[in-house]
Design a protein around this ligand. Structure first.
Ligand code: ATP
Ligand code: MG
Length: 943
């Protein structure tokens, strides 16, 4: 087949070059090419190399890895460190030098550990990025001659101004570019403008573009709206193009607008993630508490006339005692370890560390169908004439459409449906016509059109989703000629399509229209008054691992919904074949989505398994509705039509061979098509979350207990219950010991249900344990009072401090062992850390070093009494833990309680729709996720 003319679009030669003007203004394309020192055939490799040296890599400046010292200093920006430094400054101001020194050491240790963890996290992220390279198709000249060119994939970071690049559906726009040629191009610019609907882009001197013949660039039009410019950060929704790179790296508009946001991985206009809501929620709550504590302690002391010169330092120490200083280190270590193992064992790539936590939090998983649940390897099953018989003509015209849309695309993109049609068509069927123009498939129009010519004139061949094609048909072919497409015929055809779809077939309608002349430009308006030729029905086998993966996710309490552009019958049949029970009312279409407001859509989404005939925006709306109803929603999809949903979801997931945009938008990438890896990934995420909660539960329970006891003792006693340096020393020991909790092994049951950390629930829990702890501390005062010699100041006071120091460290060791989840065994590092705490607590007051911290050995009778007290405290903690867990199990409907979860802190998933799964599904958790959660954007960006 020949193509006699260029495609429907193309750049006209420029009238006269106007060097020195900006790319976006009214300069002609030729002028822009000249200024960039390039041409339509691109640069030579040598030129590109030289420019790469001159302009630098096409990466954002902030994306480069920071040196260790900068990371260390960067740690000062986090809220905990900020508060600690303020407290150090206050201590220095009141000449409490010891406290100021200890605080400074704490800050330094914490910043160093964090810098190290950050560097490791970045290294693994860089390794993952290496596994998922971002590439661009570039045209370069292979020699000095202007005729020898070669197109090849290069890493996007190697692009330079003047390069000629090709853009195809699903591509990220790799740099700022000016279009030279385009066919049906539309671009998502949501990351730049917030606009969710793709915008049409075309060269400005395009005689056939939507702008009409000879249209020139509007003056000063280097804005995102400029039709002839595409910008880094946007992506191709449909169509294809050839473009010249005008700016790279720091010179792009994206870098100018969003340079630093990029550093922290927060996408402009992005959603707030589950990690931000949970872990960061706890952090900010604690930071506020810390900041409030010193003024409260000082005011209480002043009101009770108990102020002493050491009171300010004591108040500062109390605030420090409340802080889980190691939280960022523990979180980073837990997530980095989990992500590394997941990549090694199951090939699941976690692109942002917090996405591992978000995986564990997913309650509803939405997926597309084609290519995710199915293999996306369609093969022709049969053709159907309007009367239900075979229809070779439908296949022949479908092949004409496929071939022309492929040939006239700027970048021919192999489309599985087109390939299947061409493979099935008889040889030569498609080559009878000459392609003139094409409108490529886009997921909103759901059809493609090809204008062809033969000796008799022009014909428009359209193929696509039957509903959409039939809406544009006035008649249909019959064995005797043609007939009108009246409502009765339409109903019959709809039935014919539905019956084929119920068999699981993908059905495309094929229609043609004779055109007396060439429509210029070829737009969707030309697709009317068509005559239906018939249908082609294709079969796409299910992905071999999909059924197992869905069943396994259902057992883990994850509900499931399919959001597809395909026919409702085809999608419902695929779901049934995968073992899901799909009631007729659980299947709705995009039209229903359009008719509902967000509240009603959320209610509908909670009981719907299949959303069919969805446009990309429908998919995103359903995801947003689920999130607004308080359900943590993941989206698994691979196509360009999944991009808005991937972005709207709490967590986007795709496979490694997904469209480049999908991979970029996703937080988690599966290196293989094996969907069962997803279930393992969810389990890893939940275990990581369980470890974070274990750390928070242990550290906060102990810290809250200490603070209550210190405040209580401060009111009861004539001297400070502990010297500031002692408070800080025990804090330092406890912090070091707790780092081992990052290596904890949660029990298998921790992976049984979605893990959502709810700050309020966590604080309630730790308040309970804190009271038990505080009671033990206060009882210790009594014991010390009973046994201490002297009783007043001097040696008595030092023995008192020593007694409390010992008791504190021993209870902390106890808390570390008892408040861990049961069932997973205690790893050796955690046992060693508890032993270390106990050893320091008992030995230090007895050693000469104890004296330098103001401690004297407690009297001997103190120890047996302390042992009895600790036994009581341990029994009380274990009892409280058992009661709390039991209560939590009751609240969750008794389904396989997660031992790793703090009672009241990790809520259960909504197993409502999981019950639709096959009988082996055991997910039956009560729904505790009703109500709309606050989704305010947290300013914290320190992970
Ligand atoms: N190459 C094509 N030519 C014509 N029509 C097509 C082509 N590919 C898809 N369509 C039609 O457009 C519809 C929507 O396609 P889209 O790619 O949005 O979703 P899908 O592939 O059907 O499903 P999913 O959303 O599950 O991936 C298809 O169901 C089909 O009817
Ligand atoms: Mg898809």
């Amino acid at each position: 087949m020949r193509t006699s003319e260029p495609p429907s679009t193309g750049a006209a030669p420029a009238a006269c070059p106007r060097p020195g003007r900006r790319e976006g203004d009214a300069a002609t394309t030729l002028a822009v090419l000249r200024r960039l020192g390039t041409g339509p055939r691109g640069l030579t490799e040598a030129e590109a190399e030289e420019r790469l040296v001159r302009h630098g890599e096409n990466t954002l400046p902030t994306a480069r890895t920071a040196p260790l010292l900068r990371r260390f200093l960067g740690g000062v920006r986090d809220p905990f460190t900020g508060v600690l430094l303020c407290l150090a400054a206050v201590s220095a101001a009141v000449t409490s030098w010891g406290t100021a020194c200890v605080l400074t050491v704490l800050v330094a240790v914490s910043c160093a550990l964090r810098a190290r963890a950050g560097r490791q996290a970045d290294r693994s992220a860089a390794a993952l990025h290496g596994a998922l390279p971002s590439t661009a198709t570039v045209r370069r000249r292979t020699g000095p001659s202007y005729t020898e060119t070669r197109e090849r994939e290069v890493p996007a970071c190697d692009l330079v101004p003047g390069d000629i690049v090709r853009l195809a559906p699903g591509d990220l726009v790799p740099a700022d570019v000016r279009l030279l040629r385009a066919t049906g191009l539309s671009v998502h610019q949501a990351a730049l403008t917030g606009e969710s609907v793709p915008v049409a882009k075309y060269p400005v001197e395009d005689p056939g573009g939507p702008g009409g013949p000879g249209r020139r660039a509007p003056a000063a039009a280097d804005t995102f709206e400029a039709p002839h410019l595409c910008f880094q950060g946007s992506s191709v929704a449909a169509g294809s193009a050839t473009a010249v790179v005008t700016a790279t790296g720091p010179g792009t508009r994206f870098a100018a607008a969003h340079g630093t946001d990029h550093e922290h991985g927060r996408r402009p206009g992005g959603v707030e993630r589950p990690f931000d809501r949970s872990v960061k929620g706890v952090v900010w709550l604690l930071v506020r508490l810390m900041a409030l504590t010193p003024p409260l302690v000082l005011t209480a002391g002043a009101l009770l006339h108990r102020s002493s010169p050491e009171s300010p330092a004591f108040a500062v120490a109390v605030a420090v005692g409340l802080t889980p200083e190691m939280l960022p280190v523990v979180v980073n270590t837990v997530l980095a370890r989990g992500a590394g193992r997941l990549a090694d064992r199951y090939g699941v790539i976690v692109k942002r560390l917090p996405a591992l936590h978000d995986l564990g939090a997913v309650e509803v998983l939405c997926t597309d169908k084609t290519g995710t649940l199915t293999q996306d390897l369609p093969a022709l099953d049969r053709t159907l004439a309007p009367d239900g018989g075979p229809c070779p003509d439908a296949l022949a015209w479908a092949a004409v459409n496929s071939l022309v849309t492929l040939q006239l695309a700027e970048v021919p993109q192999p489309d599985p449906l087109d390939e299947a049609v061409l493979a099935a068509a008889p040889p030569g069927a498609a080559e009878r016509y000459e392609g003139v123009a094409a409108l490529p498939l886009d997921p909103v129009r759901r059809r493609s059109a090809a204008l062809v010519r033969d000796g008799r004139g022009y014909t428009l061949a359209v193929k696509g989703a039957p509903e959409d094609v039939l809406d544009r048909c006035a008649g249909l072919r019959t064995p005797d000629g043609t007939a009108a497409l009246d409502p009765a015929a339409r109903a019959r055809l709809d039935r014919l399509v539905a019956d084929a779809a119920d068999e699981g077939l993908r059905v495309l309608a094929v229609a043609v229209g004779d055109r007396p002349s060439r429509p210029r430009p070829l737009t969707a308006a030309a697709e009317s008054g068509l005559t239906l030729v018939g249908f082609v029905a294709l079969r796409d086998a299910l992905a071999p691992t999909a059924a197992d993966a869905l069943a396994s996710l259902a057992r883990r309490g994850v509900s499931f919904a399919v959001l597809t552009g395909d026919h409702p019958g085809t999608a419902a049949r695929a779901c049934r074949d995968l073992g899901l029970t799909v009631a007729p009312e659980a299947v709705v279409t995009g039209d229903t989505v359009d008719a509902l407001d967000d509240t009603r859509l959320a209610a509908l989404a909670a009981r719907t398994t299949v959303f069919a005939r969805c446009t990309p925006e429908h998919k995103a709306r359903v995801v947003r509705a689920l999130r607004a109803a308080g359900r943590t929603t993941g989206y698994l999809g691979d196509g360009v039509n999944d991009l808005p949903a991937l972005r709207a979801a709490d967590l986007g997931i795709c496979t490694k061979d997904a469209a480049q945009v999908a991979r970029e938008a996703a937080g988690v990438v599966l290196a293989t098509k094996d969907l069962t890896a997803l279930s393992h990934a969810v389990a890893y995420g939940r275990r990581a979350s369980a470890n974070i909660v274990t750390y928070l539960r242990i550290t906060l329970s102990s810290n809250v207990g200490n603070v209550i006891a210190m405040l209580g003792a401060g009111l009861l006693m004539p001297f400070l219950p502990m010297l500031p340096a002692q408070v800080l020393l025990q804090n330092l020991c406890f912090d070091a010991a707790q780092l081992t909790l990052a290596l904890d092994r949660p029990p298998a049951s921790a992976a049984d249900r979605p893990a959502t950390l709810r700050p309020a629930g966590l604080l309630r829990t730790v308040a309970g344990y804190g009271v038990v702890n505080a009671a033990a501390d206060l009882a210790t005062f009594g014991v010390i009072a009973l046994t201490a010699r002297g009783g007043a100041r001097g040696g008595g006071e030092a023995a008192f401090h020593a007694g409390w120091f010992t008791e504190n460290l021993l209870t902390q060791a106890l808390v570390m062992l008892l408040l861990r989840p049961r069932g997973g065994g205690t790893p050796a590092p955690v046992r060693a850390a508890a032993a270390f705490l106990a050893a320091v607590g008992v030995a230090l007051p007895l050693l000469p070093a104890g004296a330098s911290f103001g401690m004297a050995p407690p009297p001997l009778p103190y120890y047996p009494l302390l042992a009895a007290l600790l036994a009581l405290c341990g029994a009380a903690l274990a009892g409280a833990r058992a009661r709390g867990s039991g209560h939590a199990a009751g609240a969750r409907g008794g389904a396989g309680r997660a031992e790793g979860a703090a009672p009241g802190s990790f809520g259960p998933g909504d197993g409502a729709r999981a019950r639709q799964m096959t009988a082996d599904s055991s997910a039956s958790g009560a729904n505790s996720s009703s109500g709309v959660r606050s989704r305010s954007e947290s300013p914290c960006s320190w992970w």
